[in-house]
Ligand binder design. Structure first.
Ligand code: OSB
Ligand code: MG
Length: 356
């Protein structure tokens, strides 16, 4: 799917999304899921061609042995496979969608959601100049976004954030470094503390809790982890290490909607704020993100922008921005309908895996 604007981060510039959807067909109904892994293993180690192979060879076949397959059995059925959380999330999502569509239950209700609209922000890539960045932010503010997240990297940080803060004194602002800084950058990053931001996301390496803890103790702005959090267990370790005070929950990073909910529940118990991250999903994954973000502990705006921020044409009915929020779809399951005509026009190919 071509992106309406290239998305540049510390790990490269993307112009298209290589989207992998999973379509589950059961006796009772069918369901869709999305694997949000990217074409290259630059965000984390997973990449979409590998996800596809793991799904075909190891994640899907054991599911045919289940007498009564439900979404809550998918994670356990795949416990022998290590990693590939985005692939795991996609098949769980599709099975849950099929199950809930057959039962006539919305995903948000099944998860225990408490709201009909979720507040969202927009994640803004690195641009060629600071003037251009300020223009891009201005465009999204005009579109109605109440919160902007700026991607940063060494060489594109303090001055860029300062310019945006000066141009938009009241905008809710946060930054995301995608692990592009090292332990020696703590003092440098501490300069970001003066811009009254909601949070600083994943400045250091995925396994470097110590540098995150050092930064967190040096500044007032909350430190948030993305790449480092893979499960309830890693959330507990990070919080105990004082490496963060806020967590970005992504369905694809943690291995599915149900682990995402468990992390949410755990953080709620500890009074830790969470928010729903994004991976430039199509409308299928976006519907799951919206449903997840209806849980009570998702108190910060999600990286769940409207469909037109990403794609000229989405594969489901587009999500539209109203009052910096997206409405939760009304229908059962994910509540969206995949337009197979759009898939065809995008040149989608289909691979079938059947019970033998
Ligand atoms: O780190 O949050 C991230 C997109 C792809 C991979 C990683 C990240 C992101 C985003 C965009 O920031 C979030 C979105 O709008 O989907
Ligand atoms: Mg991030």
């Amino acid at each position: 799917m071509p992106l309406v604007r290239p998305f540049r981060t510390s790990f490269g510039s993307q112009h298209v999304r290589d989207v992998l959807l999973v379509h589950v067909i059961t006796d009772a109904s069918d369901g869709w899921g999305e694997c949000p892994a990217h074409a290259e293993p630059f965000y984390n180690e997973e990449f979409v061609d590998a996800s596809e192979m793991v799904l075909q060879r190891w994640l899907i076949p054991p599911l045919f042995d289940q007498v009564h397959l439900t979404g809550d059995r998918v994670l356990d059925a795949s416990r022998l496979v290590k990693g590939y959380n985005a692939a795991r999330a996609s098949i769980e999502m599709a099975v849950l969608d099929a199950e809930l569509r057959a039962a006539g239950v919305r995903l948000a209700s099944y998860l225990g959601g408490v709201r009909e609209h979720v507040k969202v922000g927009v994640s803004i890539g690195i641009t060629d100049s600071i003037a251009q960045l300020v223009d891009v932010v201005r465009g999204y503010v005009a579109d109605g976004y109440c919160r902007a997240k700026l991607k940063i990297e060494p060489g594109w940080d303090i001055a860029a954030v300062r310019a945006v803060r000066e141009a938009f004194p009241d905008l809710a602002l946060q930054v995301d470094a995608n692990a592009s800084y090292g332990p020696n950058d703590v003092a440098h990053l501490a300069q970001l503390d003066s811009f009254e931001m909601l949070l600083i996301e994943q400045p250091f390496a995925v396994d470097d809790l110590a540098s995150h803890a050092a930064l967190a103790s040096a500044i007032n702005t909350p430190v948030c982890l993305d790449e480092s959090i893979l499960s309830v267990r890693s959330a507990q370790l990070a919080l105990d290490a004082l490496a963060c005070s806020v967590i970005n929950i992504k369905i694809g990073r943690v291995g599915g909607l149900l682990e995402a909910k468990r992390i949410h529940d755990y953080c709620s118990q500890r009074n830790v704020q969470v928010w729903c991250g994004g991976m430039l999903e199509s409308g299928v994954g976006r519907a799951a993100n919206v449903a997840l973000a209806t849980l009570s502990g998702f108190t910060l705006p999600g990286d769940i922008s409207a469909s037109d921020r990403y794609f000229a044409r989405d594969v489901v009915e587009p999500f539209v921005l109203v009052d910096s929020s997206l409405a939760v779809p009304q229908g059962a399951g994910l509540g969206v309908t995949v337009d197979e005509r759009v898939l065809h026009e995008l040149g989608a190919t289909r691979v079938s895996v059947r019970s033998s």
